[in-house]
Write a protein that binds this ligand. Structure first.
Ligand SMILES: NC(=O)c1ccc[n+]([C@@H]2O[C@H](COP(=O)([O-])OP(=O)(O)OC[C@H]3O[C@@H](n4cnc5c(N)ncnc54)[C@H](OP(=O)(O)O)[C@@H]3O)[C@@H](O)[C@H]2O)c1
Length: 312
């Protein structure tokens, strides 16, 4: 089967197309024939070696973590899935990769695809949607009436964060470029600010929650636009940041939290209900597997609203 791998950390050039055996699923696993895979900044950050403290130095590595497809075979102990069913899900990006023709995964990594979305849309949900959900619900404990600043609101996580925040009853200010601003409004953002024109640190508004999806703002700077009791969420999950944030938070009412998404089937089920109720999932660009290097290069340039998908 075709699969995209890399043998060392580095830029897009380290990625190569490999021919590997189709995995044999274990008794408790489902073999999925992959239809679509979406790309995330997390994928290229791992590939660059930015998280090697967690991902280690064992190669080859596979890349990408979100996928959709059709069940090909099931192990003898699998109870929730049958061959031919349409599914979507995730693999742990720190350990595995989904950009390949077949994938063997546990039942807990899979869910049935809602009928009202395409395979491309379904491949765009799991990691980004769960990250947005856990940032807002688990880390921020977001409540109706609070104000949130989504600094970087038009990427994959921002698309879900805007819609989840609105569903929770928050007032949402989003930051992005003029190029993607109309998408933020379409997903429900109350106020949209252009980071090329406005320095958010000069805003007179103060926020209950700041989710920095641009990964360009520091907690130290963000404190100037945070309410007295408020939360800043950092999307870069480095253990050093987590330790520093833990000690800082003991003494401050402005809390610094680090997002380390734990991928759970419960959260996927919650997102599936939102999708069935009409949550928007926008796939802006699609590529064939043979164009994988172009797909990553485009994503890494930025400026693409929603998601980038590779069809297998
Ligand atoms: N820790 C975890 O568990 C976890 C899980 C998932 C994702 N993440 C991280 O979360 C972050 C967001 O992911 P994503 O997929 O949404 O990223 P993305 O698709 O790259 O989106 C980035 C967003 O930031 C905006 N932006 C760029 N420069 C900016 C600036 N100077 N000021 C304000 N906004 C700016 C972009 O707007 P324009 O496109 O208009 O420029 C876009 O809206 C990434 O760093 C990712 O690695 C972490």
């Amino acid at each position: 089967m075709k699969s995209i791998i890399y043998q060392r950390y580095g830029a897009v050039e380290v990625l190569e197309l490999a021919d590997e055996p189709v995995p044999i699923q274990k008794d408790n696993e489902v073999l999925v024939k992959i239809k679509s895979v979406s790309l995330n900044p997390l994928d290229w950050k791992i590939r660059n070696g930015e998280l090697k403290i967690i991902t280690g130095n064992k190669f080859p590595k596979h890349i990408c973590c979100e996928f959709s497809g059709v069940v090909e075979k099931v192990g003898t102990r699998v109870t929730s899935f049958q061959p031919g069913e349409k599914v979507f899900g995730f693999v742990n990006p720190m350990k595995e990769g989904s950009l390949r023709e077949y994938l063997a995964v546990g039942e807990d990594s899979l869910i049935h695809k809602p009928q009202n979305i395409s395979f491309e849309q379904a491949a765009s949900v799991s990691i980004t949607g769960i990250a947005a959900l856990q940032a807002l619900k688990n880390l921020a404990n977001a409540e109706k009436g609070q104000s949130i600043l989504l600094n970087g609101c038009t990427g994959g996580v921002g698309m879900f964060a805007i819609q989840i925040a609105k569903q929770l009853g928050l007032n949402v200010t989003g930051v992005c470029s003029a190029t993607t601003a109309s998408h933020a409004r379409n997903w429900g953002c109350d106020t949209v600010l252009d980071y090329k024109k406005i320095n958010i640190l000069n805003l007179t508004d103060r926020f209950d929650i700041i989710l920095d999806l641009s990964a360009k703002l520091t907690f130290k700077k963000a404190k100037t636009i945070m309410k007295d009791k408020s939360i800043f969420i950092d999307p870069i999950a480095l253990p050093t940041k987590m330790i520093a944030a833990f000690f800082y938070n003991i003494f401050s009412s402005k809390k610094h939290k680090v997002l380390f998404t734990k991928y759970t089937k419960n959260d996927l089920q919650f997102l599936t209900k939102m999708i069935e109720a009409g949550m928007k999932i926008e796939v802006s660009k699609t590529y064939k597997i043979s164009d994988f290097k172009t797909a990553f290069s485009e994503l890494e340039k930025g400026g693409i609203p929603g998601k980038v998908v590779i069809n297998i």
